[in-house]
Design a protein around this ligand. Structure first.
Ligand SMILES: [Zn+2]
Length: 208
């Protein structure tokens, strides 16, 4: 199960390439996708889908360019539609650039297959109203966007954020995955479900 991580863009958003011997998915595209395209070419991979965890601008900067380069669809959380045309999604605030526009294919929670890999699309809202996590049970890993981080959780002070909802979603949707599941968040280092259940200072087992 090869996985490559590319921290891209103005706040080093983790963009991930998960692939088999032939096909790949990319999770979030935080900046210029040139290193991703180079990696795909180097390994002779066909990009089958771009999976977006949530519609915040720092996860979207390179989506348009990657769609053009690889001719694949970008799947965007259906539940984030309320923030799709706001500054949170479009960028252009706090000195950050605007996001090049693209058309996403709305995706809802459920089971599906991407690049030949079983995928469970999990609803983990709170950071945004429709944030998704993408769990690949066969690979034993989950992409959590800005819901769950190493020893932290996503901010909930943005428009339509909800802290109570976020903690519930992490406990019900993520902490119920196998302990050994590797967690790949939208920012910062990877971790494991079992470690966060014990050590996470916001939603770990010692928090009420
Ligand atoms: Zn975010």
């Amino acid at each position: 199960m090869p996985l490559a991580t590319f921290p891209l863009g103005p706040i080093e958003t983790n963009s991930y390439v998960l692939h088999t011997n032939e096909d790949a998915v990319v999770v979030d595209v935080g900046g210029d996708p040139a290193p991703i395209i180079e990696y795909l070419n180097l390994h002779s991979l066909t990009l089958k889908a771009i999976l977006i965890t949530h519609l915040h601008f720092d996860h979207l900067y390179g989506v348009s360019e990657l769609i053009s380069a690889c001719h694949c669809k970008a799947y965007t959380p259906a539940g984030d539609a309320p923030i799709a045309n706001t500054e949170a999604s479009l960028g252009g605030i706090w000195g950050f650039p605007l996001v090049p526009p693209f058309t996403g294919e709305p995706i809802s929670p459920g089971e599906t297959v991407f690049a030949g890999m079983q995928t469970q699309v999990l609803l983990t809202p709170g950071h945004t109203p429709g944030s998704l996590s993408y769990y690949f049970p066969g690979e034993g890993l989950v992409f959590t966007g800005d819901a769950l981080f190493y020893r932290s959780v996503g901010r909930t002070d943005f428009p339509m954020g909800n802290g109570t909802q976020l903690i519930s979603a992490i406990r019900e949707q993520l902490f119920t995955l196998p302990d050994e599941t590797r967690v790949y968040p939208g920012h910062g280092p990877e971790t494991r479900i079992g470690d966060e259940k014990v050590h996470n200072p916001v939603c770990g087992s010692f928090c009420s």
